[in-house]
Design a protein. Sequence first.
Length: 390
Amino acid sequence: MALFSPPQPTQQAVPFTTSLIALAAAVALLYYGRDFFVTLIISALFAFILDPVVVLVMKLRLPRAAATGIVLGVAFIGVYLLSAMAWSQFSTFSEDLPAYTAHLNELWSKANQRIDEVEQRSIEALVPKSLREQNQQIQQKPQDTSKRRRRGAAPNTTITLPNVPPPIQEVRLHTDPTPAISVIYSYVAGYFHVLVMASFVPFLVYFMLSWRDHLNKGILRLFPGEERYQVGRTWTGIGESTRAYVLGNFLLWVFLSSISAITFFILGVPYWPLIGPLSAFFSLVPYVGLPLSLLPPVLAAIAIPNRFKIILTIVVVTAAFHVIAMNFLYAKIIGRRVRLNPLMVTVALMFWGIVWGGVGLLLAVPITAAVKAVCDNVESLEPYGKLLGD
């Protein structure tokens, strides 16, 4: 009777090596294909968010294509109005920027002067008076010696200067002015690929929404009969978790923007229509949302007279809004459909930030939530879903 020998180390290392190579290839594909994947994921996020609205419009007995066009048209109008409001605020801020910058420089100079005074007082308190006087005498000796030399010099004394080479004359070459088209092209060239990929987003969102049923059936046909139910449940879980996260954060942003803008208006903070939404947006950043949300209103309130009490009030109110929103409203609005381990979220932020930069930081949590939804609905991947969960 033959006995089975345990697998050799080389046999065990083959699957690990293969998995490591596959992982490295996937990371390289994500890095070099970031424009394509980012555009596709952003389009999918918008499609998940707008799909319930399209279904609601379809109840008016409209076909899906027409309902999708109406929803996207209304969305474009809303984005245009918000952009126009933001642009008007930025224009006002740019006009007042020189005076505001001068005021900040004045405050900075006063702060440096006070720091120098405190430093001088500290030195006077720590260093004995005799040592300070001795140091002053040492510093005055070279000056006294130079004065004595100037007084004792003869009136007809000729001072011989070393040979100094003549100054180099600047030669300006006549160059033709750069055409305006070249200037514009040099500025836009760095963002050309971004603009090109962004132009695909509206079309992708439209086709994802109008062809949703066809896409669902086509994806389900790729799998055998027993796995179709599992794939459909996974797809539904991805949509619910993504929609819950993005839409929940959007509703929180609208709520925080409204109450923050109203509060800043009452306190007399300049540019409150811009500062309120900006502070609310920073408040939703994971882990560092509280200090980031304080920066816009505090910087804007520096120009207010009697600003110390105003700034203290702004800090207290903004911190209270952040704590209430992230500890109470976040769980109520987003619910238990997006429950991620803080450690895994941090790792995801680091990974996607390195691979895709700033856009990766914004998409890290939705991608991780989608991966968790897949793991929760696939039996062989359930341990990974529990690892990602809280």
